[in-house]
Design a protein around this ligand. Sequence first.
Ligand code: FAD
Length: 381
Amino acid sequence: MDFNLSIEQLEMRNLVRNFAREVIAPRAAEIDETDEFPRDIVRQMGDLGMLGLPIPEQYGGVGADFVAYMMAIEEISYASAALGVILAVHTSVGSFPILYFGTEAQKQRYLPELASGRIIGAFALTEADAGSDAVAIRTRAVRDGDFYILNGSKVFITNGGEAGVYCVFAVTNPGRGARGITTFLVDADTQGFRVGKKEKKMGLHGSATCELHFDDARVPVKNRLGEEGQGFSIAMRLLDGGRVGIAAQGLGIARAALDAAYAYTRQRKQFGQELAQFQGVQFMLADMATKVEAARWLVYHAAQLRQEGADCTREASMAKLFATDTAMQVTTDAVQLFGGYGYIKDYPVERYMRDAKITQIYEGSNQIQRVVIARHLQPNQ
Ligand SMILES: Cc1cc2nc3c(=O)[nH]c(=O)nc-3n(C[C@H](O)[C@H](O)[C@H](O)COP(=O)(O)OP(=O)(O)OC[C@H]3O[C@@H](n4cnc5c(N)ncnc54)[C@H](O)[C@@H]3O)c2cc1C
């Protein structure tokens, strides 16, 4: 494995890192406190091309590679995990479905809008009774001439209420299980479609998480993505890339927590010396740094495979599992190293800890990642 970054990748990382540290980081606590979707920052990201990084230039994107895009999620998440997930969902599961499975007309219509940030993308699979078991979705789509009529509800949809187009999964053929699911591009102004309750969350404040409702929503046949029955396979193929993105988000959060803990333990004194002088503290920092480094290798290895077009289901799940478990462990240890101040909102580590928790749950919980990894085990790996 060779993770020497190209000049283009380094330039891109520096651009995103500077933006994240200069524009996002100073606002991160306020976004957490108000829980308001940071539209002005998202607009600036669009103007700078960050919402279309891996989208080809012919569709209005930057044409960056997948590794560069992962570095962008990591750097943005270092400053604000909420903006990290807004970017990751918009791109990995809001824009990529159209790039990979859309007709030329769908690409021409949506991708320039998405890549510029004029509209935001979203992905609507989960339902109240169908989370890990996504095949159990019940939202129905029935063909009626040049339209499909959608009925049902989705829950926990990131960018809900902010998105201009939703990639929605519905059942077109109830008896066929995974092969009975179809994907639709639902415009926000579709008749019969409405955004429901916005959830109040433990963390990730500023990212919108909403219910969606379809009451005889009329979606034109030209907005079907791929063929009837292809929906579940589209969802699973998107999730490989999506999971590496959430792994990169976890890596960014973990790095932020490690840096904060390192800096704090070098200035805070107890028993007449810096905390960082105590071997017990040094061992904690050493373990945190080692886990972050291991997570980095797993994330960039999976990203590299994904970029080469290789099968990376196993590696994507390993990266997601390890990097997000690392985020939870490292942020919890960072709170511990800050002592009582770690529990107080004047410092950022309690936010990192709250934000880290969701990375173990969404885009396939970490139990589900273990199921996937176990399914891909072979002799003599
Ligand atoms: C903030 C947030 C944002 C989200 N964004 C989106 C989005 O944009 N689009 C979208 O479609 N969804 C989204 N989700 C949904 C998310 O992907 C699901 O919450 C997740 O897949 C888990 O589903 P569930 O909540 O129904 O939990 P369940 O599936 O009910 O699982 C509950 C527990 O049981 C465990 N479990 C389930 N099955 C197994 C098994 N076979 N073996 C072992 N353990 C198992 C799970 O790991 C979990 O610990 C979001 C959720 C949140 C909270």
